[in-house]
Each structure stands twice: as structure tokens, then as C-alpha cells.
Design a protein around this ligand. Structure first.
Ligand code: ATP
Ligand code: MG
Length: 744
């Protein structure tokens, strides 16, 4: 391995500095990640450091996989013995071995944001906190911030003793944490916080890991939060063999608690730290780099850096102004098809946007044009109801104390165990200080339920116990099939007349593929490991370079990646940067860093597009062009359609496929879309009715049925079923989301 040929002088120096603290601070595309992989190879090959003595941490599973692949190509299979993973996976692995020290069981469940939400909902209900004073979302966000700064419930309570609202948050935090523990579950932030807690409370455990991981490397260090920082600090404070790489200009997770000071203060924390700067960009053409610099230089709070180009100027940045968001998507797809005809592969191209919601229009047109694409994020497979239900079954089998999963499926499919019954059981559990499952186990001891209901619950209990036994003898895939069959879940879908349920069956079949793939890959497949791999999978993991398809992803998930052709879309003041940035300088600085990340993903060609009109929450709005386009000097950008103001009449009338409210594809004419949009604009105050408007007693108006009175409402799979007594048309049941109701 002739490193001198593969690396420039500074990179070589950083690669071969193995002992002691090292900070590599450098701009995008300067080879930071490349240094990390070569450094690992150098440590193993030239210094005989054992693979299991190295801990390498990156930000996404995708980045970890890529890093492992690169190390493997340099050193061979020994790379497999290394811990190259995300903060969360490394900590989950440590916790599987050590968490009993904190009184949890080793087979703990990891809760995602949905589980968190339902648990917090229950907490707020039990504390009788009014939604008006504190919503689940707010409570969760405060708790997350607390955990990211390592503030435990007791200290949190003390800190906010005299603060009315935060005091409520504190109570919620305390009960939430208590319930997590009862459920033998951890949320995402706990994974880091609990590891730190163990390291702080049990020095002998810490020492064990300090001795094991003699060398620690962290990529994307600018995005670590305080808890992660503390973790690294604990692990390395004795041997000080810590190498961190990062770029303060690419810190884009401050809204989630990332602390940019971690990188700015590194030299203070490790006074002997060696600092290496990389000043050459190997990724992008000159104009792209110049564009990135012209945006980021407007930030005040940054370390000045030089980033010299190694390539020639390349073409200019292409700016396109679309009449509306449909036309923007059409332009991008057309351009992709043109590039493809000229010899580019689809996998060389990516569309980057700020919010997931922007993807759908691109998806529709890509689908219509039969251009293969991958969507990263958005409504993830694992977020679908049927997948979550099935996962809840599996999690419950794995860990019967998991109350959230238990409550989710106790009556799914329907087995005559209604809400009231569940609440009765829950109350009893709370009263007895035991878990919900314990109450179900001991049901015969309490006389809580009527005989019929009791029999239903017992039947459910027998079923779960049976699954639990089967788990010991069956493969995960067999267990999945067994559960789907025995629980009656599949049958309910198959006999349903609802067309949506057909695709649910397909999704469950796809899930079985996920399990089978896992079983093929895993050395010793187990339910627990499978669940863990599913819970830790991040959006970016669906990304697979093997197929030739274009990539759609948010700017956030694009960090660390590179593409020959990048389309940054939706560049409008109000969208990117978002409206709140325009009044808050800190948010504006974070948005600018995000723009910098986006621009620097491009290697050869960069397009930036904006739409003059855009549908936002069912309304057409007009935003001005983004500051990020204006920041780029005119000598390095070209407007693809500057002279002619695009008017919708210049766009050929065309129909596009559009998903209607039933998720069915219908033809939608663009002219008609504009007409529809105008109608909305003409009645800007027409209010879309929300759940809060449709309460029993409310007078409503329907274009066909006339005026009526709401008599009842009921939850219906995330929608609201409204029963209305119409003055002249009798009683009707309508779904709120699709019924064209107005207040009368
Ligand atoms: N010395 C070099 N010679 C040739 N190519 C290089 C060299 N250094 C880096 N590269 C290439 O430049 C590109 C960017 O490198 P890398 O991804 O390591 O940068 P980075 O600093 O980690 O960027 P980011 O900040 O976006 O994560 C990669 O394609 C890499 O292979
Ligand atoms: Mg990198």
C-alpha cells in the first residue's frame, strides 16, 4: 500500500499520526473520510493494531457500511472484526452487554418516534395534562433535548422548579422514564444517555471499554451532541487516542441538539491536540466550489477556511425558474432523461430538497416517464400501519413487558377487547405496580372483567404465550408466517373489501422478504437481533448503488455523499430558506450550512431550480427566488430561461398522473390544476375543517346533502368518522378528510 501515491501531503500526515489527539478540520470534499479509511488501514497494516482495538463512528448506517467496504478493500476480511458503526449501533451493542447494571433486562426494546408518541400520550393522560398546556410533541421534544444534554429527570425537575410549564414537562419526563423502564424499553436518545450513565456510574465497566477501544475515530464530528461528546470523552480521556474529523460549515443538526462547540473547543479539551487542515477539494468542479463559498461566506459564526480547487472551472451553475412545482418536477425529469440519452447513468443524478413532502411531485413524474428512482425517507416502509402492527407482535413476543406494543395489537384484529377493558387492565396494573402483561397473566386473581371479556383476554394471552414458545423452535420467517396466520391478521385483510387492504397484504409479503434477506445475511439469526436491525435502520439505508436509478433525498440525508449531477430544488425564500429563517439569524445560518452541504454534493454539474407558484397545504402560494441563488455571482451561473417569463400558457397543456385522496392515480390536467388553484386563491379564507371544528352539536354544510348537525364522531385509522344528521337527507356517516364540509 503506497499511501503517498493515494494521498496528498497533509492527508498523509493525518493518516500516519496515530497516537494522541488529532483534529482534522476541513471543508467539504477535501478527503476527510478518505483519510479516516486509510488511517484505519495504516493502523492495522503498518502498526499491527488489532481490528477489535479500533472504534470508528460515523453518522449514518449508510456511511458506516461504505466505510467498512472501503476498509475491507484496503485490508481484507479482518475489517469485519471492527466496530465501524453509528453512535446508536455501537451504544446499543454495549448496552446489550451491560444494561443490567442499571436494572434493565438485556432484551430491551428500542422505541421509535411513533412508540414514543403513544407512550407520551398515555403519560400526559395519566397526569391529566391538558393538550392546550402541553402537547405530546412538545413534551417529547423537551425530553429529547434534556437527554441530549444529559439532564436526568430529577435534575430536570430541580432546574425548573419554579417554572410553571417546564415543571409539567418535568413530571411528564419522570413518568415517561418510569414507564420506559417498566416496559423494558429505551428511546433513541436513551441509547446514548444510558451508555454514558453506565460509564459514569461503573468505572470498572468504563475501564473495560477504555482498554478495549484503544483507538477511537469519529467522522462528521460537527454533528455530535453533548451526550455523544461526553461518551467519546469518557472513552478516550486516559489514552487520548482520539481522532475526529469534521467541518463546522456542515453542522446541520443543531435543531436536534448537535453542538458546534464540540468541534470549535476540541483544541481546548485536548490541549496537546494536533490539528491538521486539508485545503484541497477533490470532489467538485471550480464553479461549484465557488458557488458553495459565495453562499457560506455570509455566515458570521465560522472558522475561516481555504478550499482550493483541483479541477477546472467546469460548466456554470444552471438556474431554472419554473412556473409552478409541477413544472419544476417536469423540467428536472426531462433534463435527467436528456443527460441519460447523452450517456450518463441515472445513478449519477440526485434530486435534493429540504422537506420530504417535496418528493411526491417528482415521484409522480418519474413514474409516469418510467425513469427508475429511489426515494430515501418519506413514508418509509416501516412506518406503514400493517408493518408496525406486525412489528408490535414480534416485539411483544420478544419482550412481553413492552406495553406500547401490547396496547397496539391487543385488539388488532378485533377480538372484543375494547378500550374500556384495556383501561381497566391498565389501571389495575398501575395500582398493583406491575406491568400490563403481568395483570393479564394474573387476570384470574382479580375480578376486573365480565366473564365474556375475560375469556377474550385469556384467549389473547394464550396466543401470545404460544407465540413465545414457538419463537424457540421456529426461524423468524416461520414465526412471522405463523403469527400472521394464527392471529387472524392476514385473514382480516384478505377478506376485507377495502382496496387499500390489498396493498397491505403486499407490504406484509414484502416484509417477509426483509426477514428472509436478514436470515441469509446473519450468522446466527435471532428474533432479537432482527428487531434491532430493523429499529436501527435509518432512511439512508434504503439507498443502494447497484441499480441504475436516480436518487431523491433530503439535503440532510445527503451529507457525506457525492453525485456527478445534483438538482437542488425548491430554492425559494419561504421554503428554502424557510420562512422562520428570514426572521431568525441563527436559523438562517443553519439553513446556509445546509445549502453549502447541498451544493458541495455535486461533482460535475449543479442545477438549482425554483417555482414561482407552489401548492402548500392545498393552497397556491408565490414565493420569491431564494437568497442562496442570489448569493451566487452572475459570472458563474446561467439562467436557463431568463429572457422569457414562463407563463402557464407557454407550457403545453398536458395531463399528469396524480394521486387522489384514495391514493389512486387519476389524470389531472395542468390547466385544470391551475383553475383549481385559482379557486382556492379566490376564497383565501375558506377554512379546511379540522377535528376540533367537528364536535357533536356543530352545524355543518355539505354541497350535496345541505345543512346538518354533527351527532357523533369516531376515530377511524387516523381519520375521523363524522355522523351527521342532515336536515333533509337523514343521517350520514362521512370521513372528515374527504368530505367537502364547511361550517354552516
Ligand atoms: N488525494 C486524493 N486524490 C484523489 N482523490 C481524492 C483525494 N482525496 C480525496 N479524494 C476524493 O475526493 C472525494 C471527496 O473525498 P471525501 O468524501 O473523503 O471528502 P470529505 O472531506 O469527507 O467530504 P464531506 O465533507 O462532504 O464528507 C472522494 O471522491 C475522494 O475519493
Ligand atoms: Mg466525509
Amino acid at each position: 500500500m503506497d499511501l503517498k501515491k493515494l494521498l496528498n501531503e497533509e492527508q498523509y500526515e493525518a493518516t500516519t499520526t496515530v497516537e494522541g489527539p488529532l483534529l482534522i478540520l476541513a471543508g467539504a470534499g477535501s478527503g476527510k473520510t478518505r483519510v479516516l479509511t486509510h488511517r484505519i488501514a495504516y493502523m492495522m497494516k503498518e502498526m499491527n493494531i488489532r481490528p477489535y482495538e479500533i472504534l470508528a463512528i460515523t453518522f449514518t448506517n449508510k456511511a458506516a457500511g461504505e466505510m467498512k467496504e472501503r476498509v475491507r478493500s484496503l485490508v481484507g476480511e479482518t475489517a469485519d472484526n471492527m466496530w465501524i458503526s453509528t453512535f446508536h449501533s455501537s451504544c446499543a451493542k454495549i448496552l446489550r452487554r451491560e444494561i443490567e447494571a442499571l436494572g434493565y433486562k438485556k432484551d430491551f426494546t428500542i422505541y421509535d418516534s411513533y412508540d414514543q408518541k403513544s407512550l407520551m400520550k398515555q403519560v400526559l393522560k395519566e397526569l391529566s395534562v391538558d393538550e392546550k398546556d402541553l402537547t405530546e410533541k412538545e413534551a417529547i421534544s423537551h425530553v429529547s433535548t434534556a437527554k441530549n444534554t444529559l439532564l436526568n429527570p430529577v435534575d430536570f425537575k430541580k432546574k425548573y422548579e419554579y417554572h410553571f410549564r417546564m415543571n409539567k414537562v418535568a413530571d411528564a419526563y419522570i413518568l415517561y422514564q418510569k414507564k420506559l423502564k417498566q416496559n423494558n424499553a429505551l428511546d433513541f436518545d436513551d441509547i446514548i444517555m444510558k451508555t454514558v450513565e453506565i460509564f459514569e456510574k461503573f468505572p470498572e465497566i468504563l475501564e473495560k471499554y477504555q482498554r478495549k477501544f484503544r483507538y477511537v475515530l469519529v467522522d462528521e464530528y460537527q454533528d455530535t451532541n453533548h451526550a455523544q461528546y461526553r461518551l467519546i470523552n469518557l472513552l478516550t480521556k486516559d489514552h487520548q487516542n482520539i481522532c475526529v474529523v469534521g467541518d463546522d460549515d456542515q453542522s446541520i443538526y443543531q435543531f436536534r441538539g448537535a453542538d458546534i462547540r464540540n468541534i470549535l473547543d476540541f483544541e481546548m479539551d485536548f490541549p496537546d491536540a494536533k490539528v491538521v487542515k486539508l485545503e484541497k477539494n477533490y470532489r467538485s468542479m471550480g464553479n461549484i466550489l465557488a458557488a458553495a463559498n459565495s453562499v457560506i461566506k455570509n455566515n458570521r459564526d465560522r472558522k475561516e477556511k481555504t478550499l482550493k480547487k483541483t479541477k477546472d472551472e467546469g460548466g456554470k451553475i444552471k438556474i431554472y425558474r419554473a412556473y409552478d412545482d409541477f413544472e419544476e418536477a417536469r423540467f428536472v425529469v426531462r433534463e435527467m432523461q436528456r443527460l441519460y440519452r447523452e450517456g450518463r447513468n441515472y445513478k449519477e443524478m440526485a434530486v435534493l430538497y429540504r422537506t420530504n413532502a417535496q418528493s411526491r411531485k417528482f415521484e409522480d413524474i418519474l413514474m409516469q416517464e418510467a425513469v427508475p428512482y429511489k426515494l430515501i425517507g418519506g413514508l418509509k416502509f416501516y412506518d406503514r400501519k400493517e408493518i408496525k402492527d406486525l412489528l408490535a407482535y414480534l416485539r411483544l413476543v420478544n419482550n412481553p413487558f413492552d406495553e406500547v406494543s401490547l396496547r397496539r395489537i391487543i385488539n388488532v384484529p378485533k377480538r372484543k377487547i375494547g378500550n374500556t377493558t384495556v383501561e381497566k387492565l391498565q389501571e389495575n396494573a398501575n395500582h398493583q405496580g406491575e406491568s400490563l402483561f403481568d395483570t393479564i397473566m394474573n387476570l384470574e386473581e382479580y375480578s376486573l372483567l365480565a366473564a365474556g371479556t375475560q375469556a377474550s383476554v385469556v384467549k389473547f394471552r394464550e396466543m401470545i404465550l404460544d407465540f413465545n414458545e414457538k419463537q424457540l423452535e421456529m426461524k423468524v420467517s416461520e414465526l412471522v408466517e405463523y403469527i400472521l396466520k394464527t392471529s387472524g391478521y392476514m385473514k382480516e385483510l384478505e377478506t376485507s373489501k377495502n382496496p387499500e387492504d390489498e396493498s397491505r397484504v403486499e407490504n406484509l409479503e414484502e416484509f417477509l422478504n426483509v426477514v428472509l434477506e436478514y436470515e441469509m445475511k446473519a450468522e446466527e439469526p435471532s428474533l432479537q437481533e432482527f428487531l434491532e436491525s430493523v429499529m436501527l435502520v435509518s432512511d439512508v439505508d434504503q439507498y443502494n448503488e447497484a441499480d441504475d436509478s436516480v436518487t431523491l433525498m433530503t439535503l440532510h440525508s445527503a451529507k457525506g455523499l457525492e453525485f456527478p449531477v445534483v438538482f437542488m430544488v425548491g430554492l425559494e425564500n419561504g421554503l428554502f430558506p424557510s420562512a422562520s429563517c428570514l426572521t431568525d439569524p441563527n436559523e438562517m445560518e443553519e439553513a446556509r450550512r445546509l445549502a453549502y452541504v447541498g451544493i458541495t454534493r455535486a461533482m460535475e454539474e449543479l442545477y438549482m431550480t425554483y417555482a414561482e407558484n407552489r401548492m402548500v397545504f392545498g393552497r397556491m402560494v408565490s414565493y420569491p427566488v431564494s437568497d442562496f441563488i442570489l448569493d451566487i455571482p452572475s459570472n458563474i451561473k446561467e439562467h436557463l430561461n431568463e429572457e422569457k417569463k414562463v407563463h402557464h400558457r407557454d407550457v403545453n397543456p398536458h395531463t399528469i398522473k396524480y394521486k387522489d385522496k384514495n391514493m389512486k392515480y387519476v389524470d389531472y390536467n395542468v390547466e385544470k390544476a391551475l383553475e383549481d388553484a385559482k379557486k382556492i386563491l379566490d376564497f383565501p379564507d375558506k377554512k379546511v375543517l379540522g377535528q376540533e371544528d367537528v364536535v357533536p352539536g356543530a352545524k355543518v354544510k355539505h354541497p350535496k346533502f345541505g345543512v346538518g348537525t354533527v351527532v357523533a364522531t369516531a376515530d377511524a385509522k387516523g381519520d375521523l368518522k363524522v355522523t351527521i344528521a342532515f336536515d333533509n337527507q337523514g343521517i350520514k356517516n362521512l370521513m372528515l378528510s374527504i368530505a367537502p364540509l364547511e361550517l354552516a
